[in-house]
Structures are given as C-alpha cells and as structure tokens.
Design a protein around this ligand. Structure first.
Ligand code: B12
Ligand code: SF4
Length: 575
C-alpha cells in the first residue's frame, strides 16, 4: 500500500456546491479551456510537487473540481475524509475560487481539525491579512508568485511541530491567536529551479493510478493543451490586469519580471513533446526577455526538433524579424493577440500601446509566412467603451475577415468577467480609470459567487456601461460574432445555429432571473422559481459550449505513447 502523502494539494471548484446550487454562469470562461467551474489548477502545482519530491517530501494533487464535474454523485466529504496527509494546500490563485477555496478549507477543517491548511496564489497573497483574520479554517497563507522554498520550510516546521517564525513570505496565526506577517523576501530572480515537468505529472498519474485527480481541466484527455510559463511578472500595465507591472510591484513584491532561461524552457518543451503531440502554449510574450531571448527560444525549438504546434502570445504586433524567425524555426506555429477593442483610443486607455493598423500589418505578414492560425481577442467592459463601441468591434472583425481571412484568422469577443482583478490599476484607482467597484473584500467576492446569474457576479461597472448594459452588449456582440463566423465559414451552419439558440436562451434566462429578483421577495419562493429554470440553463450551457470548440488550435492533439512506454520500461528495468 502507498504511504500517506505529506501534502495534498487540492484544487477547488469556483463554488463548492455548484452541483446543488442554482446559477447561470454564462460566458465567464468562454475563452479559456476550463468550464465556468474554473477547474484548471495553477501550473505552479506541478513545480510545487516536483520541488517537494526532490527534497524528500511526498506530495500529490487532487483536482476536486474535475472529479466533481466528471462524477455528479461523487461524495466529496468521503473523499476528503480518506485523505490523511500532514498538511493540505488549497490554491486561491484566481479570485474566481474565493467561495470554493474557503468553503473547501472549512470542510477539510471540519473533517481533519488537527491538520494544517495552507492557502497560496496571487489572490491569497493580495487578501492574506483578511484570510488569517476572518477565516479560522485557514492556518497559513504563503504569499508571492513563487513559494517552492518557503513551502518546503513550512513543511519542515509542520513535521517538527514548531512555530514557523522564520518561514519567508508566510502569514499565519500563532498559538496565542495573533496574526503574524513574516517578511516577504523570497522572490527568485530566475525561474530555472522551478521545474514544470509534465513527465513528473505522468509519473504521478501512473504512481497513484489516478488520472482524474491530476487532469488540468475537464476535457484534457479529449484535447490536451499544454502550457509552459516563460516568465513571472509583466512589463506592461494593462489597466484591468492583476498580473501587470504595477500589480506585481505593489502587491507581489516583484519589481521586474523573472524569466525561465531559454535552455530550461526548451528542455521543458522537449519533455512535453515526448509525452504529448498537443500544441504547446508559451505563456507570455517571448520578446519581454529581449530579442536575444526570443531568438534563443526559437532556435532551441529548431535544434531539438520539437514538432508540436507552438502557440505564441503577442502583447504587441510582431515585427518582421520575429515572424521570420518563427517561420524558420517552428514546423508549425499559431499566434494570438488581444487588441481588446478595434478603437485605438480605447486600446491605449487600456494600456496597450499599438494601433489597429500595426496589428493588421502583423496579421497579414504572419499569414503569408505560414502561421497556421491567428486568434484575435476583443473584450467588453473596457475604459471608454460604450455599448455601441463594443458592437462595432464585431463589425470590425467582419471587415478584418473580409480583407485578411482565409480560414486561419479567428476573432473572439467576451466580457471582462467575472471580476476586475484585485491589484490592477483600475481596481486600485477606479475613479481615475472610469470604473465603479461594487465589491472590494474577499468576503464580498465570495458572496457574489453565490448569486444566481453571472451578471451579478461582476464586481464593477464603468462610466460608459452599467452591469445590465455590459451583459446586454455581451449577448448581442456574441450573437453577431457567431453570425460573422458562420458567414466566413469558421463555424459550420449546424453549430452556429446551436450557439445562436444557446445564446438567446441564456439571455432569456438572465432576463427571467432579473424578473424573479424584482418580483419575489421571499427567499424560499425565489429559490423555487430559480429551480424551474434549471432545464433551460443546462440547455443553454450545452449549446453555447459548442462555440468553444473553435478555441482549439488544431484538431491534431493527443498523448504520445512513446513517452509513456519509455517511462513504463524504465520502471520495469528498476524492478
Ligand atoms: C498563465 C495565465 C493563465 C493560464 C493558466 C495556466 C495555469 N493553469 O496556471 C490561462 C490562460 C488558462 C488563464 C486562465 C485564467 N486566468 Co490567468 N493568467 C495567467 C498569467 C498570464 C500568468 C500567471 C501565472 O499563473 N503565473 C505563475 C504564478 C504566479 O503562479 P504559479 O506558478 O502557477 O503558482 C505559484 C504561486 O502562485 C503559488 N501558488 C499558487 N497556488 C498555490 C497554492 C498553494 C497551497 C501554495 C502554497 C502556493 C500556491 O505558488 C506557486 C508555485 O510557486 C497571469 C497574468 C500575469 N502576468 O501574471 C493571468 C492571471 C493570473 N489570470 C487571471 C484570470 C482572471 C484568469 C481567469 C479567471 C480568466 C477567465 N475569466 O477566464 C482564468 C482562470 C482559469 C482557471 N483556473 O480555470 C488574473 C488573476 C486575477 C485574480 N487575482 O483573480 C491574472 C493575474 C491576470 C489576467 N487577468 O489574466 N490564466
Ligand atoms: S494583460 Fe497586459 S499587463 Fe496583464 S499579463 Fe497581459 S500584457 Fe501583461
């Protein structure tokens, strides 16, 4: 029998009891691989496990969110009761897990009152004081964008039963019940020690004979999409982003980005390539590390013969040298850019310093050089953006497709949702950027996530659109974008019809929830009225989900048996 792990890292669903609680989640996760339960765990879980294992601690991941999605009858209490580690870790990286992370922590505490619970991630860092003050179910918060070493030190204290007075980045409650905030001093300047080893994940799956617990998101096996971090931090200051230069400097103690060296990054890509023939998404624009950095990564891809499709993010349009290098070094590559709006002025206000014309030049050149796909993302809820302007971005997409589209160019539009990020310029200075904040504390965001409709999750309004207008603009823009895609053959007629029906139904449900909220005062009666909408909510979800297939970079994706076999052979030889 396998020994109990020292640490179990749980990944919560955004809302613990989503299977029971009524809610219309809408388009809040439409442009990422997760469902609205946000079942994807932070990539950092992989490096935390690898680091602890390297130092003699046995750690594993249990992706509760995926398990609950896959098995509607799963008894979560029983599952947690059976786990018996020395400590539990729970991520509160994204604020969308405010409710799930705290509620799972409370459940774990009830079932294992003597086992310490550790929270970590960007949102936990931002709200560390409130967490330790107001949520007794949490014992420790590890702050920062990198916690491998402090977590190891904390585990040593937990094992010894000593107070962690010297653990960097830690906020905790001492035995006298007082809040303690240890210095925030562990901010590594290189990421090379923090390994993202997908091979280690496959080994964990084989060791625990438990694939589901380690899946990064629900349909990963159907469509494995692997991502690697190139850096932590950012050089840009998009005003709504909680991962901007401003946010990292003010709240995560990182004045400038830290990079993974090109050599290390290419090694990690080679491991991915051994196990998966899925696209590899390089997170962060490589040019943030300078031209030499970007060229070294691309050269490495060529040198190692990595044949996966490489997906690159562009924070600004790529110059010719960069596009040439991609074409030269990658057998297959795709690009994505987020102009957010077609309107130069709005984009500049949002903190993205380039023009629509420059973007068009880049798209045209990239497609000529063999880029297999170019995704362009627009957003609703921006500073200076009216209802009409949001819809104009869809009309612009039509013009763009007419001029440059040949099946490889894919525009998307989605709302800024559910939250304006804490730590972003706009969250910290809402007036200055034309925002009005509706929720500020962790507790308020947690409550928001229990609301019956995604529109009511939104923690902001803008001077140009209130929440109703943001939601109306969202559905209208998505309906129009669906039509544009159908007209240009990016989505087939049958799927387009389904998506259209789904969006219309979702908008109807949203209006019906508004009606119930305005007419029915009694909470029990209200809950009964919501329940009547369950069938429609489920249908709308299934139909709009069809549109998400279009996010797939390529249909060629899967697991390579050669990697798994190599690992199994290695094991057999050792026996
Ligand atoms: C890469 C990325 C993604 C990837 C995720 C890849 C992944 N699985 O991690 C994708 C594109 C899928 C994504 C999606 C989303 N993202 Co995002 N993303 C980023 C980005 C660009 C990099 C951040 C990052 O993860 N860095 C790595 C570090 C910080 O984390 P890490 O190594 O994974 O984990 C370390 C620490 O955080 C900590 N830690 C984390 N968890 C835990 C748990 C414990 C117990 C401990 C001890 C420590 C610990 O230790 C780890 C190891 O050192 C940032 C922007 C930026 N410049 O930072 C936004 C950012 C993190 N994302 C953000 C948001 C809002 C989202 C979405 C909610 C958007 C949406 N509505 O769809 C979704 C949520 C996805 C989900 N969970 O299902 C916001 C978060 C703001 C906030 N505080 O909530 C950010 C800051 C900016 C932004 N708006 O994009 N995202
Ligand atoms: S949204 Fe802007 S600030 Fe945030 S990570 Fe992307 S480029 Fe950086």
């Amino acid at each position: 029998m396998m020994a109990d792990p020292d640490l179990v890292l749980l990944h919560p669903p955004s809302v613990y009891d989503f299977r029971r609680r009524f809610a219309m989640y809408g388009p809040i996760s439409d442009v990422i691989p997760s469902t609205p339960i946000f079942e994807m765990y932070p990539l950092g879980y992989v490096s935390l496990v690898a680091y602890l294992e390297e130092h003699g601690y046995h750690a594993r991941i249990v992706n509760l969110a995926v398990k609950m999605l896959r098995d509607p009858k799963l008894d979560v209490e029983k599952l947690i009761e059976r786990l018996n580690p020395k400590a539990f870790g729970i991520d509160l990286h994204w604020l969308v897990h405010a409710a799930g992370a705290l509620d799972i922590a409370a459940l774990v505490k009830r079932l294992h009152p003597d086992t310490p619970i550790i929270l970590g991630g960007l949102s936990a860092t931002y709200y560390h004081r409130e967490i330790i003050e107001d949520y007794p179910q949490v014992d420790y918060v590890l702050r920062g964008d990198s916690t491998e070493r402090p977590l190891l030190r904390l585990m040593e204290h937990i094992e010894r039963g000593s107070e962690p007075v010297d653990v960097e980045n830690l906020t905790w409650r001492s035995r006298d019940g007082k809040r303690r905030i240890n210095p925030f001093t562990y901010i590594p300047e290189s990421l090379d020690e923090l390994t993202l080893d997908y091979g280690a994940m496959v080994r964990l799956v084989l060791r625990h004979r438990d694939l589901e617990s380690h899946l990064p998101y629900e349909n990963f096996m159907d469509y494995p999409f692997t991502a690697l971090l190139t850096c932590k931090g950012c050089l840009y200051n998009c005003v709504t982003c909680g991962g901007s230069r401003y946010a990292f400097k003010c709240f995560f103690n990182r004045p400038r980005p830290a990079f993974k060296s090109p050599e290390r990054l290419v090694e990690e890509m080679a491991v991915v390539s051994e196990y998966f023939h899925s696209p590899i998404f390089l997170l962060g624009d490589l040019r943030q590390g300078g031209r030499g950095y970007a060229e070294a990564v691309l050269e490495g891809i060529r040198r190692e013969g990595i044949d996966n499709t490489i997906t690159l993010e562009l924070f600004t349009p790529a110059p010719r040298w960069y596009l040439d290098k991609m074409a030269e070094c990658c057998g297959s590559f795709t690009l994505e850019i987020s102009p957010e709006s077609h309107d130069d002025e709005i984009r500049h206000r949002q903190g993205r310093p380039y023009s629509t014309g420059e973007m068009e030049r880049c798209i045209e050149e990239a497609l000529k050089l063999g880029c297999e796909r170019f995704d362009v993302f627009f957003m609703i809820g921006l500073p200076g953006q009216s209802y009409e302007s949001a819809l104009e971005s869809v009309e612009y997409s039509r013009r763009l497709l007419r001029e440059l589209g040949d099946g490889r160019l894919h525009p998307f539009i989605a709302p800024l949702s559910p939250f304006l990020d804490p730590g972003s310029l706009a969250f910290e200075n809402p007036d200055e950027y034309g925002y009005k904040l509706l929720y500020r504390t962790l507790g308020e965001h947690r409550e928001a996530l229990y609301q019956p409709c995604w529109k009511l999750f939104l923690n902001y309004e803008t001077r140009w659109m209130n929440r109703d207008e943001i939601a109306e603009a969202t559905y209208e823009a998505m309906l129009r974008m669906n039509k544009v895609k159908r007209d240009f053959g990016l989505i087939d007629d049958e799927r387009a019809e389904r998506v259209e029906e789904g969006l219309k139904l979702a908008r109807w449900v949203m209006h019906r929830i508004d009606e119930i909220n305005s007419m029915v005062r009694d909470p029990v009666e209200r809950a009964r009225c919501y329940e009547e909408l369950r069938g429609e909510v489920e249908r709308a979800r299934r139909w709009t989900w069809e549109g998400k297939r279009e996010l797939r970079v390529t249909e060629r994706a899967g697991i390579r048996l050669r990697g798994v076999l190599k690992h199994l052979l290695g094991l057999a030889r050792r026996l």
